[in-house]
Design a protein around this ligand. Structure first.
Ligand SMILES: Cc1cc2nc3c(=O)[nH]c(=O)nc-3n(C[C@H](O)[C@H](O)[C@H](O)COP(=O)(O)O)c2cc1C
Length: 321
């Protein structure tokens, strides 16, 4: 059930994609997602050198024989990465699926995906970006609505409108998400015209997610109102869980503090420290409104099986009416 062009093209059991998550999408977590029947995506930006990225890819390949992807980050970064080098590693290691996310995809880099016979997925937040990468040769497009955890872009289009708009405009298959956390949302995403679902926030409260137990428990307590937008003043809007660091970032932006001071609050290393130690106010955690739908901490396999089962039951119930 629920076989689509996404499951066919990617060779996965369920049309479920585990969104790239900085400091969370480790080889172990990526493999857990792929082994559970979805597509795990390794966050290449976590690795400071070609060598360490190569080792991470080796590790994923050791832990799963299922398809997985590697993300190339196109967002501006405090520690810029040379994506040409990253791509060299992926080609050398025989990685078959690549995801790009962030600002406009550079022609030269993306041309190499085709030349290397990789499947290219691009993640974005608007119809015009989706059409642009389709013309550049993207094989699939992922779109996430404004409810999503992490970068929300500038267009502020909600998932309910964004997915059908992109699905009617594009000929390539669409993976949709943003605020989705269960079988109800999965079925809705398919009804809107997507052929796969991307999940980020919901995966934070799984057993395998490599974040501290205290943070998982805090996210379980959080509701749909417990996220906020930060970094809009720098043109890099992110939806994050409301904690002291997020509020400090908001206050600094409001008082027009310098970029360096603002960025010091949201530094990735601070988020990593929080994931490792469970100190809940050290950094900011990207988090979508779907956090209000996270009520337990299943394994990834249990979560995926449940999403598919629930969606099947709802579809049958609706059809029977
Ligand atoms: C903790 C966390 C970290 C994220 N880091 C990244 C990232 O580094 N690169 C990226 O493209 N998207 C990142 N995202 C976005 C996800 O890949 C995905 O698009 C998004 O979470 C889907 O929306 P949802 O959170 O509402 O399910 C992150 C999301 C979360 C929750």
């Amino acid at each position: 059930m629920f076989q689509t062009r996404v499951t066919e093209m990617l060779g996965i059991r369920y049309p479920l994609v585990g969104g790239t998550m900085m400091w969370v999408s480790t080889p172990e977590f990526v493999a857990a997602i792929s082994n559970a029947g979805g597509l795990g995506i390794l966050a290449s930006a976590m690795y400071p050198s070609a060598e360490s990225l190569g080792e991470a890819v080796d590790r994923v390949q050791k832990l799963t024989d299922k398809p997985f992807a590697v993300n190339l980050n196109l967002f501006p970064m405090m520690r810029p990465v040379d994506n040409r080098e990253v791509l060299d590693v992926l080609v050398e290691k025989g990685v078959k699926i690549v995801e790009t996310s962030g600002h406009s995809a550079p022609d030269a880099l993306c041309g190499r995906f085709k030349a290397s016979r990789m499947i290219w997925i691009h993640k974005c937040v608007g119809v015009r970006y989706a059409l642009k990468v389709q013309e550049m040769g993207a094989d699939l497009v992922t779109v996430v609505g404004y409810e999503n955890g992490g970068a929300t872009g500038k267009l502020d289009t909600g998932t309910m409108v964004l997915i059908p708009r992109v699905a009617e405009a594009c000929r390539v298959p669409v993976i949709g998400g943003g605020g989705i956390a269960d079988g109800r949302g999965f079925l809705a995403v398919l009804a809107l015209g997507a052929e796969g679902l991307i999940l980020g926030t919901r995966l934070l409260t799984t057993q395998e997610a490599p974040i501290h137990e205290r943070l998982k428990q805090a996210l379980l307590q959080a509701g749909e109102l417990d996220t906020m937008l930060i970094l809009r003043s720098l043109g890099a809007t992110h939806r994050v869980w409301i904690n002291e660091a997020a509020k400090r970032c908001r206050d600094l932006e409001a008082s027009q503090a310098g970029v360096t001071e603002i960025l010091s609050v949201v530094a990735g290393q601070k988020a990593k420290a929080m994931y490792d130690t469970g100190e809940l106010d050290v950094g900011v955690v990207p988090c979508g409104q779907g956090v209000g739908l996270c009520h337990d901490i299943p394994t990834v396999q249990e979560l995926f099986d449940r999403i598919i089962r629930e969606a099947g039951e709802i579809a049958a119930r609706l059809a029977a009416r």
